[in-house]
Design a protein around this ligand. Structure first.
Ligand code: 5GP
Ligand code: MN
Length: 339
């Protein structure tokens, strides 16, 4: 994988560009791809953003989202674009399998794949150019660096600023996670200097849910959460019938895994959701407990040191049992309360 800087001088010659992200994109995945989209359009490139799957409604306000192609629904059009693209930017994921059914098309693409990502252990051999930096708060921060380092600060339009702000804010947990560096705050200060209005973005992301979603969360916290104080751990497990009963939509479970961390002493929080086709897991930790390795070891997943995910084809009951066994395997680390 060549350094991403080697692309800078090619930016001014118009190309066919595809930008993609991980399945079920979050604020950072959609924010970084659309931020880059609005930036590249200004050079006269022909740019299409493709999401491997649909996305949550709380992302629906982002400028340009109405132009994003949903690969599951527009597979033929997506394949055609991928086949003909000169550049395929892959943002906010480390392995091609994170694009689900799009993996094959990406794998077989003859043209250059370019990585911009902050997850651990990326498949660097799959990319012609790229940058991987796990110290970065978000892929949005990396797209911002790409714009600045390529000498194009003057191309940070309102749309670019809104998209990048949304991703850096959500991936830092509203600027509270340890990865929220001084550079993050400097970036936000710069966007503010350029005229970014941030409050409506928080409202669009966080104050846009349905009543059913709030009642669903109430039910989860009351009936679906177990706390294991001797392990400083809490687990939420959600059967598929709850998703149906409360009419849960894509994105409605986003952030739920963080709730148990508000209990004093809890340093590992997990959620396992029966999505029908698979049981999807998320893990969050505080301090020294490495959930990236935990997710990789027990749930075929990965992510970051303090935030990771995975999935299993086992039943929900089996997944819950496996989680408890895994937790017990780590009793020593988990039972010492040091953060
Ligand atoms: P979330 O729990 O919010 O879905 O994801 C937390 C972090 O772990 C994100 O950075 C996400 O990209 C990563 N992640 C989530 N699920 C998986 C997975 O199944 N495999 C891998 N490798 N990473 C995942
Ligand atoms: Mn991210």
């Amino acid at each position: 994988m060549q350094k991403i800087e080697n692309l800078f001088e090619q930016l001014t010659s118009p190309k066919k560009v595809v930008i993609t992200m991980h399945q079920k994109p979050d604020g950072d995945a959609m924010g970084s791809t659309l931020g880059l989209y609005h930036f590249l359009l200004q050079f006269g490139h022909k740019v299409t953003v493709i999401s491997p799957t649909n996305w949550a409604s709380f992302i629906g306000w982002m400028p340009g989202v109405d132009k994003v192609l949903d690969y599951e629904r527009q597979t033929d059009a997506g394949n055609e674009l991928i086949k003909n693209a000169d550049w395929i930017f892959c943002l906010d994921f480390n392995t091609l399998s994170r694009t689900k059914r799009m993996e094959e098309a990406l794998e077989n693409a003859l043209n250059e794949r370019i990585l911009i990502d902050h997850h651990q252990e990326p498949q660097v051999d799959k990319f012609a150019y790229g940058i991987s930096n796990t110290a970065k708060s978000s892929t949005c921060e990396m797209v911002y660096d790409f714009i600045i380092d390529s000498g194009n600060a003057n191309k940070i339009s309102t749309e670019v600023a809104q998209c990048l702000y949304a991703g850096v804010m959500t991936d830092t947990g509203s600027f509270r996670f340890p990865g929220t560096t001084a550079s993050v705050h400097r970036m936000v200060a710069h966007l503010k200097d350029l005229g970014l209005v941030h409050a409506p973005i928080h409202e669009a992301l966080f104050d846009n849910g349905s009543e059913a979603r709030l009642r669903f969360i109430g039910n989860v916290l009351l009936n679906r959460m177990e706390v294991f104080y001797e392990y400083n751990t809490a687990l939420i497990s959600i059967p598929q019938q709850d998703l149906i009963k409360f009419d849960v939509k894509t994105g409605d479970t986003e952030g739920l895994v963080n709730y148990p961390l508000s209990i004093v002493g809890i340093k590992l929080a997990a959620i396992i959701i029966d999505r029908g086709e698979e049981r999807k897991c998320s893990f969050r930790s505080k301090g020294e407990f490495d959930v990236n390795t935990f997710a990789r070891t027990y749930f075929n997943g990965g992510g970051h040191f303090n935030a990771a995910g995975g999935a299993t084809n086992d039943t929900l009951e089996k997944a819950v049992d496996d989680f408890k066994t895994a937790m017990m395997n780590h009793k020593k680390e988990l039972s010492t309360y040091t953060f």
